[in-house]
Design a protein around this ligand. Structure first.
Ligand code: ZN
Length: 248
C-alpha cells in the first residue's frame, strides 16, 4: 500500500509520461533575463553537428548555455547521433528546452496542432534525458494568444531574446562578433542571446569570441533558467531505454 501511495504521489507531482496536460494560465513570455549580470547564450534548431564544440567551449570557460531542440528539422531527434548530442548537452549541465517538433510557424496552427508540435518534443526529451522542459521557444519567435494558452496548459513559458547574433539572418561571423562587441560595450544589466547551433561559423568563431568578450565584461554565462531565477524543468526523472517507439 505504501508503494502504491508513492506511485500516486509521484504521479500527482510529476504528471507521469503522457499524462494529460493540466490547465494553467497562459504562458509568460520572457524577452530578457531578470538576474543582473547574467548572459544566457541560447542555441536553436539542433541537435546538430556543432553541439559538441559549443558545449565544450562553454564548459572550458566554466559557462553554461541553453539548447532549444527541434524534433525533426535538420534531422530526426531519435537518430542515434542526435540522441548522443542531446545527452552530451544535458550531461554537461547545459539546459535543454523545446523549439517544437518541425519548426512550423505556431501562429498559423490550430490548438491541436500546437499541442502536437510541443508534445512530441517533450516526449523525446523525457525519453532521452528524463526531463520535462519548462521553456519553449516558438520557431521564428512567432506566437499568438493561442500559442500562449497551449504553452501555458503544457506548463511551459515562452522564451524570446533581446539580442540576436544574426547568424540565421545571413550575418557573417565577423558581423556577429561585432554585434557581441557592441552589446558588451553597451553593457546592459543582462543579455538573452539568440544563436543557432546549425551554423559552423557560430561554433568555430562566434561562440569562442563571445564567451571571452562577455566574461571579460564581467558577466556570468548561465542557463536561461538561471538568468530568470527559474527552474529549467517541470520535473526530472530517469532517461528511458530506446525502444521501437523512438521514431520520427
Ligand atoms: Zn529556429
Amino acid at each position: 500500500m505504501f508503494a502504491s501511495l508513492l506511485v500516486t504521489v509521484a504521479l500527482a507531482l510529476f504528471g507521469g509520461v503522457g499524462a494529460a496536460p493540466q490547465k494553467r494560465a497562459p504562458a509568460q513570455v520572457y524577452r530578457k533575463c531578470t538576474v543582473a549580470n547574467t548572459v544566457a547564450l541560447t542555441f536553436d534548431d539542433g541537435p546538430h553537428a556543432w553541439l559538441y564544440d559549443i558545449s565544450d567551449a562553454l564548459s572550458a570557460a566554466g559557462a553554461q548555455g541553453t539548447f532549444f531542440f527541434n524534433g525533426n528539422n535538420f534531422g530526426c531527434i531519435y537518430d542515434d547521433v542526435n540522441v548522443q548530442r542531446i545527452k552530451y548537452a544535458y550531461d554537461n549541465g547545459h539546459q535543454v528546452a523545446s523549439h517544437t517538433w518541425s519548426h512550423k510557424d505556431l501562429a498559423t496552427l490550430s490548438s491541436a496542432q500546437i499541442h502536437d508540435e510541443m508534445e512530441r518534443v517533450e516526449l523525446a526529451l523525457q525519453r532521452i534525458c528524463g526531463v520535462q522542459p519548462a521553456f519553449m521557444r516558438p520557431p521564428l519567435g512567432n506566437y499568438n494568444d493561442l500559442v500562449l494558452e497551449v504553452s501555458g496548459a503544457r506548463g511551459q513559458d515562452v522564451a524570446i531574446w533581446d539580442f540576436d547574433s544574426g547568424d540565421s539572418l545571413g550575418a557573417s561571423a565577423q558581423e556577429s562578433i561585432n554585434r557581441y562587441d557592441e552589446v558588451a560595450s553597451q553593457h546592459p544589466s543582462s543579455i538573452l542571446a539568440l544563436n543557432h547551433e546549425t551554423i559552423a561559423s557560430t561554433s568555430e568563431q562566434v561562440v569562442p569570441y563571445a564567451i571571452q568578450r562577455l566574461q571579460q565584461a564581467g558577466y556570468r554565462l548561465v542557463t536561461l533558467a538561471e538568468c530568470l531565477g527559474q527552474q529549467p524543468y517541470q520535473w526530472v526523472g530517469e532517461p528511458q531505454t530506446r525502444d521501437s517507439n523512438w521514431t520520427c
